[in-house]
Design a protein around this ligand. Structure first.
Ligand SMILES: CC(C)(COP(=O)(O)OP(=O)(O)OC[C@H]1O[C@@H](n2cnc3c(N)ncnc32)[C@H](O)[C@@H]1OP(=O)(O)O)[C@@H](O)C(=O)NCCC(=O)NCCS
Length: 148
């Protein structure tokens, strides 16, 4: 299985839309899926914004998801999302590790809800450590991890 990262193309976006609309994936990430209009507006900003770095994750020539870095509250965070068909095969770990070789900015941060064990394991495998844990307004506990 070969995992590659490449620049995002417009025809990746409908695939990302399907991935973010998956209720199981959204619950895992602690994320409310966007409706199509909001999704399109959000990704238009990402693709136009020089502060955003997004790489499409390809597996065997198919779009498996993305890894991104983006500004949030004065620092740079990473995030990633794979379609459910690609879970549990080490693709997330490989893609994030590859992205971190390409993106040399440090420190980098990531936010993970405390029930998202797979995401936290990926980050820890890549060298991130937990620097904060707190409950949000919704009561969901979120961990902040940092990579120096
Ligand atoms: C999170 C996500 C990227 C994981 O991708 P994946 O390809 O399935 O993950 P991998 O197979 O590379 O690795 C997962 C690791 O977590 C471990 N893991 C799985 N479930 C776990 C759990 N509940 N608790 C702790 N570790 C867990 C796996 O054993 C594996 O560890 P290993 O490399 O030591 O074997 C994917 O599920 C996803 O996109 N989910 C929806 C969006 C999301 O949650 N994004 C992250 C938001 S912070």
């Amino acid at each position: 299985m070969t995992v590659t990262l490449r620049s995002v193309r417009p025809d990746d976006l409908p695939v990302f839309f399907v991935h973010q609309s998956d209720p199981e994936a959204a619950a895992m990430a602690g994320f409310t899926p966007r409706a199509r209009d909001a999704f399109d507006a959000h990704w238009s900003r990402i693709i136009a914004g020089p502060a955003f770095v997004v790489r499409t994750v390809e597996v065997a020539g198919a779009v498996a998801g993305y890894v991104s870095a983006f500004p949030r509250e004065g620092r740079t965070e990473i995030a990633y999302w794979l379609g459910r068909d690609y879970w549990h095969r080490g693709i997330g770990r490989t893609a994030v590790a590859m992205f971190l070789v390409q993106q040399r900015e440090r420190p980098l941060f990531a936010s993970v809800i405390d029930t998202n064990g797979a995401s936290q394991t990926i980050l820890e495998h890549c060298g991130f450590t937990v620097v904060r844990e707190e409950a949000g307004d919704d009561g969901v506990r979120e961990r902040t991890l940092r990579l120096d």
